[in-house]
Design a protein around this ligand. Sequence first.
Ligand SMILES: C=C(O[C@@H]1C=C(C(=O)O)C=C[C@H]1O)C(=O)O
Length: 279
Amino acid sequence: MQMKLGHIDYLNCVPFFQYLQQAGFDGTIVKDVPAQLNAMLAQGTLDVSPSSSFEYGRNFHDYVLLPNYSISAFDEVQSVLFFSSTPLEELDGQKIYLTGESATSVHLLYVILKEFYGCQTIDSCVPEQPAENYLNKGKPVLLIGDRALKASLTVGPEKGRQYDLAQLWHQHTGLPFVFALWIVHRHAYQRLTNEFVLLQKQLQYSINKAFQNLYALAEAVADRPWMSRKQLVDYWNCMSYDLDVVHVKGLTLFFELCTKYGYFTEMPELTFVDVANIS
Ligand SMILES: C=C(O[C@@H]1C=C(C(=O)O)C=C[C@H]1O)C(=O)O
């Protein structure tokens, strides 16, 4: 298979990838953080990747989506965290330090602060130093992925409250939040149509096998001194890897709010690869 597939280099992506080669996938896998995978997708140097739902929205004309799968959370997600000692209503105009790894979570933070906490002006930057340095100084900081997980388990409460953005979203909307979608570049879809049918089946195999025994999966990934196997299993259990009608409802509301606040120039349409009808 000549497919070039992106792999988010976070623990949340392990269930999709752990058994993919066992399922027969023999393309190339490129591991990186979401912001980099987004850039490679946009340039067409990757054929497909799980990557920021925001990237799909801002460049949707160039992409189609694999159906059924996402990286989402119904309530808490544990790894998209905003740390702030200032109450959310009082963040108007205050400097916020952002991870440079994200597209979705950054815009989710903006949307939450504007829509639900009355912030008018958001003053944010991606610092040159690791954002954790600002966290240690008690500044408002957004982290995602494994670095967020690590900070949540190692940083004391004196550095500020931890807000789980998927949980805040759920509290205000009653809906799940979709962080990542399986994004296919349209050119790759034209070139490799049948291979996407195979990929869909291989993903199904990997994720099913992963969820049959999450403890075995936790054993298989390298030990992290800051996270126990039980915590890792709990983490995977609080994620949702599906893309059902209710996920699409949450995604649509997020896209509407991104359009309302001018982060998108038009409301994205969701176009899916029709894997069921390809022979
Ligand atoms: C749930 C998470 O969502 C991630 C957040 C992303 C973003 O903010 O752009 C992209 C992919 C997701 O894997 C996480 O970071 O842990």
